[in-house]
Design a protein around this ligand. Sequence first.
Ligand SMILES: [Zn+2]
Length: 253
Amino acid sequence: MEGFHVLMYHELIKKEDFDYANYKGIKVQQDYQDILPPVLFAHLEAFESQMKYLYEEGYVTLTLRDVIDFYYHNKALPEKSVLLTFDDLYKSILLYAYPILKKYNFHAVGFVVKDWLFEEVQSYSTTQSVCLSKQELEQMKDVFEYANHTKALHTRKAGQGALQIVDKSSFIEDMKDCEQYVGTKNVFAYPFGIYTDENIDWLKGEGFLLAFTSVDGLEDTYEKNNDIDTNHCNLIKFIPWLRKEGSCDRLYN
Ligand SMILES: [Zn+2]
């Protein structure tokens, strides 16, 4: 297959714990409130079966260096390869994803909003998306590499993302701050997947090599009635998508 697929995860939650009617949104260090839409929750059971499938089928979990080498140095990728990405880094990633990834000796990418990371470890909650602490990110470094998801520009107001209204110097200042913190340089993920042509130019001007957005994928099975059980992320949809020819589409999961 030419290219590879990118899987995008936000929150993992046990099926029995998922109760969107009582969901209170994100809890982050920055003074900012938001909610994740239901589609950004993946059931733990579905995640487990996806990772087991990848392992049993012999998929290689790529590093960002592999992806850069593929795009910029014509380096071939393994026939079966996938990039696992986790945005925002909530508690469920340490609690649930990390042990599973470690068990399979998988590699993953965490896109970090620097100002969302707590200085002190917080408790897990089934009704809030609680961000991890800096110390917890360190704990997961044998599995995760971290890249830039802004310092404090993962915000939106009245339907507009901060990246759509910010000026160039503020953007670059913010971007450089997060860039100093993360281990993997010159790779960016747009908050909410939203970007402008200017944003692309600014990132290129600063030497960025990759910037991730998101495309519709498995979530097309999600019905507007908040019934997340409807085939959500199960293998029936997952396997055909993995086998599809294609380059770099990042799948909501
Ligand atoms: Zn995000």
